[in-house]
Design a protein around this ligand. Structure first.
Ligand SMILES: Cc1cc2nc3c(=O)[nH]c(=O)nc-3n(C[C@H](O)[C@H](O)[C@H](O)COP(=O)(O)OP(=O)(O)OC[C@H]3O[C@@H](n4cnc5c(N)ncnc54)[C@H](O)[C@@H]3O)c2cc1C
Length: 401
């Protein structure tokens, strides 16, 4: 980082107000750091002035990202663990999913920050400020962003991971995926660390869609998490009771202590996020609609989005096109259809996910969720699900647009 002073204990580049940045990245979370890391690694960006504004220091393990991948990516090696096999528990039976050629990966937030931040900080052309952007204004040539202490930043282009204020979900299908998990340490070897439990739908659904998953990092350490799709957010304590019961009923011999907890929520919606907030101002991450509406997965999409943005910048093209590639209208409509089926309760989420995973090859499901499926795969998946409920919801979602 270049010449520093400190504000509220955080380093601030001394002369940032005199500079005109090429790129301002608002938010140094998953999307902001994914983009900045790629810029820091690519000589094309050595001559660009880049600034990241993020209020947090990212020194906590604030979340855990899981994703499937069949390709070699630099971030795969940051995973705490990967699995070639996944288990799925439906309403009545358990299945082992053959996920080849995919592998399932889990990256802890703290490992992601500890891998990206030192590399980004080592670049002289990338400044970082720990603060919040409170407003943005734009004229013909330059964007002016205001920090919470009133100071201004000038930039030619802005990547923004704040959820836009105009975010209005009223006419969309929307549900929170909220969850709590414990990272537990067993007293003795207990977990089969060769296989992760992808989804356990055998639990009482309480009129929502809910499932547990278990990610064994080793024979002694695992993340045991409950995820619920519903707009009624449970208190952290209510979750604790449910996780406790689950362990008691399904793993009565597990003697453990809790090392860490994860408690948060993800918006699942077919809302049409605007890719931009004006000329040279584009959204990234959740704010750009990167959370897959039907599953809540976003990490891999954010990585793909970042790759497209970098390619477009290097080709001298407007990076806003990257969002249009990922926010594919056909898949957004299909995601909205699934959400509508669940929200209208014409079928239960438990029923749908059980049929989806038990009647299809995992590869087909992953290709479909990655928006890389062929027509043949899509037809097979559609035929495995309750056809008329989906058709009804498909038409309803269509008519709302
Ligand atoms: C607990 C949790 C677990 C998840 N697990 C998975 C998973 O297993 N797999 C998966 O694919 N997806 C998962 N997701 C979904 C998704 O991958 C994450 O939400 C991801 O972090 C989204 O990236 P983002 O950059 O949009 O948001 P964030 O990572 O939250 O980053 C946004 C950043 O913007 C900063 N910010 C906010 N306001 C301002 C402001 N005014 N000025 C400057 N900065 C600001 C915030 O401090 C934050 O650091 C999970 C989400 C959560 C919450």
């Amino acid at each position: 980082m270049s010449g520093l002073y400190f504000f509220k204990g955080y380093p601030i580049p001394l002369n940032f107000m005199n500079k005109e940045y090429d790129y301002l990245i608002i938010g140094g979370g998953c999307a902001g750091l994914s983009l900045a890391y790629r810029m820091s690694m690519d000589p094309f960006f050595d001559s660009k002035l880049i600034l990241i504004v993020e209020p947090q220091t990212k020194s906590q393990n604030d979340r855990t990202w899981s994703f499937w991948s069949k390709d070699q990516h630099f971030y795969n090696k940051w995973a705490i663990k990967s699995w070639k096999e996944l288990a799925f528990k439906g309403k009545k039976k358990a299945t082992t999913l053959n996920i080849a050629p995919y592998k399932y990966f889990t990256i802890r937030g703290i490992d992601f920050y500890n891998n990206t931040l030192p590399q980004i900080s080592s670049c002289k052309n990338i400044d970082q400020i720990h603060s919040k952007i409170i407003s943005i204004s734009q004229n013909e040539k330059v964007i002016v962003a205001k920090l919470e202490n009133g100071q201004s930043i000038k930039t030619k282009f802005c990547f923004d991971s704040r959820i836009p204020e105009s975010y209005n979900i009223k006419n969309s299908n929307f549900v929170w995926q909220h969850f709590k998990g414990w990272i537990v340490k067993a007293e003795q070897d207990y977990f089969d660390d060769q296989k992760a439990l992808f989804m356990d739908f055998s639990i009482d659904q309480h009129d929502d869609t809910r499932f547990f998953y278990i990610l064994p990092y080793s024979k002694r350490k695992a993340l045991i998490q409950l995820a619920i799709f519903s707009n009624k957010i449970l208190s952290s304590k209510s979750y604790d009771g449910l996780i406790n019961n689950y362990i008691h009923q399904n793993h009565p011999n597990l003697k453990y202590k809790i090392l860490e907890e994860e408690y948060d929520k993800i918006p699942m919606t077919d809302y049409h996020f605007s890719p931009t907030a004006g000329k040279n101002h584009m959204f990234i991450g959740t704010a750009a609609g990167m959370v897959k509406a039907s599953s809540g997965f976003a990490f891999k999409r954010i990585q793909d989005h970042s790759d497209f943005i970098i390619d477009l910048l290097k080709e001298g093209r407007n990076p806003i096109a990257a969002t249009k590639i990922i926010a594919n209208k056909k898949y957004l409509h299909l995601d909205g259809t699934l959400l509508h089926v669940i929200l209208s309760k014409s079928e239960t989420g438990q029923e749908i996910f059980t049929k989806l995973m038990e009647r299809n090859k995992a590869k087909n499901v992953f290709d479909f969720l990655d928006q890389k499926s062929s027509l043949g795969q899509e037809i097979r998946i559609m035929l495995s699900l309750p056809f008329f409920s989906f058709l009804k919801s498909f038409i309803r979602v269509w008519m709302k647009k």
